[in-house]
Design a protein around this ligand. Sequence first.
Ligand SMILES: C[S@@+](CC[C@H](N)C(=O)[O-])C[C@H]1O[C@@H](n2cnc3c(N)ncnc32)[C@H](O)[C@@H]1O
Length: 199
Amino acid sequence: MNHPETLFDAVMYPLEAVSLNRKRRRLIPRAWGDVLEIGAGTGVNLRYYDPTSIRSLLLTDLSTGDRLRERAAAFQRRAGLPGDAVTVRDADAMKLPVPDGAFDTVVMTLVFCSVPDQHAGFAEVKRVLRPGGQLLFIEHVRPHSAVRHLVDQLNPLWFRLTRECNINRDTAAAMHASGFFFDEITVSGRGFLIHGVAR
Ligand SMILES: C[S@@+](CC[C@H](N)C(=O)[O-])C[C@H]1O[C@@H](n2cnc3c(N)ncnc32)[C@H](O)[C@@H]1O
């Protein structure tokens, strides 16, 4: 990831405590089968996976770090999965180094705000999902309320500060335009957050 790992976890802590961890706790245990997580960051989702539902887990990020590797190893031991069932790999969401139809579940949380070409990213997600597979997502998005114009104005500054994050992405529309249908989608955080399941 782009930022020091300890700093990222510290900055995210209040958001996790207020809202995100509840969403992760409900959503992430629904991952099953062969699972790919895109933009896994420091591995925050690892504590929420249900090991009894998982055959294999590939954790990817644009640049993976030690904290993700340590948490992945701890998860593999706790889950009692074979050593090669939990792997960590550098990968761009827009060019996933995996074969077509290799996964039952793809997980992305707070990632597609940073992927430069969302359509290219979602085309990859579609390519690697098996028929009947699912995409579990939590993403912050451009709200549809009156503040959206202010958000648009703030975005260039925010992008410069974070070096990767956009606060004005209409990620649900990009998913839909890429051929995904929503089994479930919940909008929360005054329209700034979406989470759910798409196919
Ligand atoms: C805000 S962090 C979220 C990390 C984690 N998913 C979470 O929920 O806490 C965004 C992550 O997406 C990764 N990322 C950004 N652009 C990416 C890309 N094009 N492909 C894959 N990962 C990317 C970053 O490196 C970073 O780790």
